[in-house]
Design a protein around this ligand. Structure first.
Ligand code: G1P
Length: 298
């Protein structure tokens, strides 16, 4: 039987240069999709999938992420005094319990593989989930919950994958897979990080959700810099593929790449429209903007 998945890693050390000046003093993971920070949405997905311990690999200027996952006594006292129980309940339900979060720092920006390796002591000798918060996945059940079904059936390592247009493969890790099995998962035969378009083995990209065995840390430890001069997780996974199985799951859901400005804006529109309390008024406001521009897309 597969060992139960209890822990998740969230790499949040990136500088967020693409979102300057917003990210000068605010970590990019704290930018909001409507009213929830991007990092909160990734934690929501992990909690829904049954994860009990949340490991954040942070960097300088990211202290506010730690504050976000802590109690805020002054605010809570003020809300209580004003009888704002709805807001208080919201804060309480979002908060992991005491002792369920750990924070460590990636001291130098050496790549995603290095960031994951920084979590090795906190993960220890057990499988773990890895969620890249930039990739926001809207899915029911959540993407990680879908992956756990595959993990429970096959064990080993599991990657969430999705098809993108061929022109975009060079921005991602790309997998080569075999035929789909009974539960929709496909055995991974190879993978490559940010290939040239003409060298990509497929248009199936790694969507920023992973279930990994702890042996990945030994591979990361000796991994040489790869694409972009960075220590790449994909390269270490390729080394581990020689010893362990990887399955790829084409999950059901929609991804918004919030590391990209258009993706981030699109996520705000989609999540805003989907909100019961805001959707109708927001749709009207959008329609007015489009009409003023001579467009009628909604
Ligand atoms: C990372 C991974 C890549 C994956 C991507 C998803 O790249 O290295 O394999 O496809 O995340 O967002 P990054 O976006 O950090 O360049």
């Amino acid at each position: 039987m597969s060992r139960r998945l209890r822990k998740a890693v969230f790499p949040v050390a990136g500088l967020g240069t693409r979102f300057l000046p917003a990210t000068k003093a605010v970590p990019k993971e704290m930018l909001t999709i409507v009213d929830r920070p991007v990092i909160q949405l990734a934690v929501d997905e992990a909690r829904e999938a049954g994860i009990e311990h949340f490991v954040f690999v942070t960097g300088r200027n990211k202290g506010v992420i730690e504050d976000h996952f802590d109690k805020q006594f002054e605010l809570e006292t003020t809300l209580r005094n004003r009888g704002k129980t709805k807001e208080l309940d919201l804060l309480a339900s979002d908060l992991p319990s005491a002792g369920q979060t750990s924070f460590t720092r990636q001291q130098e920006p050496l790549g995603l593989g290095h960031a994951v390796w920084c979590a090795r002591e906190l993960i220890g000798d057990e499988p773990f989930a890895l969620l890249l918060p930039d990739m926001l996945i809207h899915a029911t059940p959540g993407c990680l919950a879908q992956m756990i079904e595959v993990y429970n059936a096959h064990g080993g390592n599991v990657l969430a994958v999705e098809e993108v247009p061929h022109e975009e493969v060079h921005r991602y890790g790309v997998v080569d897979v075999g035929a789909p099995g009974s539960n929709g998962a496909q055995k991974v035969k190879g993978m490559v990080e940010k290939p040239k378009r003409q060298e990509a083995p497929s248009n199936l990209i790694i969507s920023g959700r992973y279930i990994l065995q702890p042996e990945i840390f030994g591979k990361l430890e000796i991994q040489k810099p790869g694409s972009g001069g960075e220590i790449q997780l994909t390269d270490a996974m390729l080394a581990l593929l020689e010893e362990q199985d990887f399955h790829a799951l084409k999950f059901r859901g929609k991804t918004y790449d919030c590391g990209d400005k258009v993706g981030f804006l699109a996520a705000n529109v989609a999540y805003g429209l989907a909100r019961k309390d805001l959707g109708p008024a927001f749709r009207k406001a959008l329609q007015e903007i489009l009409a003023a521009n001579g467009e009628n897309l909604l």
